[in-house]
Write a protein that binds this ligand. Structure first.
Ligand code: ADP
Ligand code: MG
Length: 842
């Protein structure tokens, strides 16, 4: 991003020298990013780590850097800063207005003070684009021109676009179509198929227009068309009084004289009088061979994501207007690389995604854009990984590994490791013997025995004279890990402590002291361990359970504490390996893809709400055999209060009416940690037979005697989550059951649940979930850091991802600092500062 100071001074704005510009950018970037985030999060006055959005804005706008600024700037900044004092009490619309005004103003300020786009090539001759569109004749705006400066976009429209997050020409171009209507299929009349969109070229036999006798506001133009294969009637409806004027209607029909050739595009439907088009687009052609003038008929017509207050046609014409600017787009890849992968150039791809000439070209355009997204992601991750590897971490190798603590632990266990566990432990041990920090993700299905593997790794660290930490996403889970460790460690004389938000002060002080002195070898806790002023004497290994809840930010915070321990993360929501590699490209991935033997598979069935009694009968049967049951309720409302109420209601109903003779417990998120613990303990001990719960039980709770899991409104859960929930049973020897209550009529919901009925393989389920819901839904744009376009491509075909990985590795092998790739470097810098800004505000 920062240009070398050398000869670039000539490009700089006379007002700001290089250093001042740097300081200006350091100040303005977080402001712009905070504003973008606020837009993305729906003007919610985002809560940052330290403060809310409005107070951040107030302070930062009020304290601009001490550099020579134009005279009008400081007073305006003061005024804008003061404006944010009112922000918390504003309505949404007012917030939106204010954020928009400030964004536009800051952007204009940046334009005034920054040198003109350093990456844009010098002005070239106007490119000879096909079929000379109107916009290419006038001067093309630069990519960084504010939209308000584009001809044809007035201040009002610019403001509307800004409130949708589009400020610059570049933003509009990056607003990709969500979908396309395909009018490119040219059909003969007798080959039209209802339900498809298509185009015909035909001759007008007759045309007449009339106003509906029943509705004077509705006029109708009816065309009788024919081609060599058949005839069809095409109707256009004109709603509005002005169309019912007879001379207007007559004029309309005169456009389509008998014998004229027309092209018609639209959705084909079948009606009572045979096949027809639904409100189609019609163009009169000079001859059947003449080129079409319309930008819509016979083409792939882009459909854009919802643009509040803008019609689709209006939006398409805006895009057409700015599209010529695409030729200024910097090309990240040198020609040789592009050609060896037969990639479209970046500018061609951008044009084609908005204005595809064929579905083949659209395919290529998508491929290129997705390739770039993945390439950038991979480069970022690979560079990070390289940086990490350069730090040194303690080597935890010992000559006699398997005779020491680790070996003793393995012999003490009442079971043998599975082959998969053995393999993964060996991979971990190899990492730990090195002097570079391990960063490994272990994926394994629920119950595959990840915990014991992690404990083995911890023991290896301790044996080498270091300490370990084990972190879980919830207190319940942390306490459970602590309990298992307390069962295993005493014979090995390894000290374990638990530190959570509810550890009493006195005990907390003692634990912190023991950790600092090295007397405590393993510290178990929630992720809050990172926030706490916990100082380890010699921290060698950190284990993080349920990695999907442990973000990049926390990982960084660990490093920020000045620690360089080895890092082992574990997740029970596996994703396909290639996807895992790409999303966690800075981690190595191991898979425990085998379950310990002797498990009776869980039988799963789907029932409807009206057959709820079947579920209760089953619970009763199992409880009579001495087993226990869970009844899980989903997040019914987006409000914890409502969920609580439904859990409380169901609990009362079960306890009073259905199972008055049994003990029914209740677990939900609102309980204090000690109460939660007490409820789980009572269930584990068999004091309660049935446990009604919200999704709190989702992660990791381990009660081997539980053999029934009833999940209410199962259709509201994701498959991975259901699989997790189901994993709470079947942990003992007894045959277990899972009943999914589905009240949805949606066939897709049924189809999704059937995957669970059929399969108990977490990897397969994850893959189906990706396929059925799409990666965007499953992973979320935010979590994966990938835009929807890239995510969507993963669903059909992961091969682009592979290609991008190879290319990224190849580029870095040749040029680790990306010296010869200024555009890629700039894009990566931008990506990083985006991540940092998000982290600051989060
Ligand atoms: P995960 O965390 O992967 O869901 P856990 O580590 O909690 O699974 O293991 C589930 C249960 O299986 C635990 O009770 C554990 O003691 C047991 N277990 C782990 N490995 C084996 C094995 N190789 N053979 C038999 N039981 C095992
Ligand atoms: Mg676990």
């Amino acid at each position: 991003m920062a240009q070398p100071a050398g000869d670039s001074s000539t490009q700089l704005n006379p007002g700001l020298d290089y250093q001042a510009l740097e300081r200006f950018l350091v100040w303005i970037r977080p402001l712009q990013q905070a504003l973008s985030l606020e837009v993305e999060r729906g003007f919610s006055n985002l809560q940052g780590r330290k403060e809310r959005f409005h107070s951040f804005m107030q302070r930062e706008l009020g304290t601009p850097p001490q550099i020579p600024l134009p005279g009008d700037v400081p007073p305006r900044l003061q005024a804008l800063a003061e404006g944010f004092a009112e922000y918390p009490s504003m309505e949404d619309a007012a917030r939106r207005r204010q954020v928009t005004v400030v964004r536009q103003w800051l952007h204009a300020l940046r334009q005034r003070l920054e040198p003109s786009a350093p990456m844009a090539p010098p002005r070239l001759k106007v490119a000879q684009r096909s079929s000379g569109s109107a916009a290419s004749k006038s001067a093309t705006p630069s990519l960084d021109s504010p939209l308000g400066q584009v001809k044809g976009i007035g201040p009002k429209l610019a403001e509307r676009l800004a409130s949708l997050g589009m400020l610059l020409v570049r933003d509009l171009i990056l607003h990709y179509p969500r979908d396309y209507v395909d009018y490119s299929a040219l059909r003969r009349i007798d080959a039209l198929v209802p339900g498809e969109t298509a185009t015909i070229v035909a001759t007008v036999r007759r045309c007449h227009g009339f106003t509906s006798p029943r509705n004077p506001n509705l006029s109708i133009i009816e065309l009788q068309l024919q081609d060599p294969t058949g005839r069809i009637k095409v109707t256009r409806f004109l709603a509005g009084k002005r169309f019912s004027n007879p001379s207007y209607l007559h004029g309309q029909t005169r456009q389509y004289p008998s014998g004229a050739t027309v092209a018609v595009s639209g959705l084909v439907k079948s009606g009572p009088y045979g096949i027809s088009f639904q409100d189609p687009l019609i163009e009169v052609m000079e001859s059947a061979q003449a080129p079409l003038r319309s930008s819509r008929i016979g083409r792939l017509l882009p459909v854009y994501p919802l643009t509040e207050g803008l019609t689709a046609d209006r939006f398409r014409s805006l895009i057409e207007r700015v599209l010529p600017s695409v030729r200024h787009w910097p090309e990240p890849l040198p020609r040789v690389r592009r050609e060896s992968r037969t990639l479209l150039s970046r500018d061609k791809a951008l044009v084609a995604i908005h204005r595809p000439e064929s579905s083949d070209q659209l395919q290529q355009a998508r491929h290129r854009l997705v390739f770039d997204e993945f390439l950038l992601l991979q480069l970022g991750l690979m560079q990070r990984r390289a940086a990490l590897k350069q730090r040194s971490a303690p080597s935890l190798g010992c000559a006699s590994d398997r005779d020491g603590l680790l070996g003793q632990f393995l012999t003490l266990l009442p079971f043998q490791f599975t082959a998969a566990q053995e393999r993964v432990l060996a991979e971990i041990e190899t990492d730990l013997n090195r002097q570079e920090p391990m960063a490994r993700l272990v994926q394994g299905d629920v119950g595959s025995g990840k915990t014991v593997v992690a404990v083995a790794a911890l023991l290896k660290a301790i044996q080498a004279g270091w300490q370990g930490a084990m972190m879980a996403p919830t207190e319940v889970l942390a306490e459970q890990h602590y309990r298992s460790l307390c069962g295993w460690m005493p014979p090995l004389h390894v000290t374990v402590e638990l530190l959570t938000g509810s550890t009493p002060q006195k005990q907390r002080r003692r634990i912190l002291a023991d950790v600092a002195s090295g007397a405590c070898k393993i510290l178990v806790g929630t992720h809050a361990l990172l926030e706490d002023p916990v100082a380890f004497a010699r921290l060698g290994l950190v284990v993080v359970d349920e990695q999907h809840r442990f973000g990049v930010r926390q990982r960084n915070r660990l490093l920020g504490k000045g620690l360089q321990p080895h890092l082992l993360t574990m997740t029970a929501t596996p994703i396909p390996r290639t996807l895992a590699l790409s999303l966690h490209g800075d981690l190595d991935v191991s898979q425990i893809d085998e379950l310990p033997p002797g498990r009776t598979p869980i039988s799963t069935a789907m029932i409807t709400g009206s057959n709820r009694d079947e579920a209760y009968d089953l619970i009763r049967q199992e409880v009579d055999k001495g087993q226990r049951a869970y009844v899980v309720l989903p997040l019914v409302e987006e409000s914890e209060k409502m969920d609580l109420r439904s859990a409380v209601d169901v609990h009362r109903q079960l306890a009073d009416e259905v199972f008055p003779d049994l003990q029914v417990g209740l677990l939900h998120g609102r309980l204090a940690s000690a109460d939660k613990q007490a409820v789980i303990r009572a269930f584990a001990a068999g004091e309660t037979n049935v446990l009604v719960s919200t999704t709190v039980v989702e992660v990791g709770v381990d009660v081997p005697e539980a053999s029934v899991m009833v999940i209410d409104h199962a259709d509201r859960f994701g498959l991975a989550q259901l699989h997790q929930l189901r994993g709470r049973v079947g942990r003992g020897a007894a045959a277990s059951h899972c009943l999914l209550i589905n009240d949805s009529r949606n066939p897709l919901a049924r189809q999704r649940l059937e995957v669970l009925v059929r399969s108990t393989d977490g990897f397969e389920i994850a893959e189906m979930d990706l396929r059925l819901r799409g990666p965007g839904q499953v992973l979320g744009t935010r979590q994966s850091g990938l835009p929807d376009l890239a995510l969507a491509s993963l669903a059909d075909d992961g091969s682009v991802l592979e290609e991008a990985r190879e290319e990224a590795a190849d580029i870095l092998r040749e040029d680790p600092e990306l010296r010869d790739y200024p555009v890629l470097r700039a894009l990566l810098d931008e990506q990083r500062s985006r991540v940092t800004a998000a982290a600051q505000l989060n």
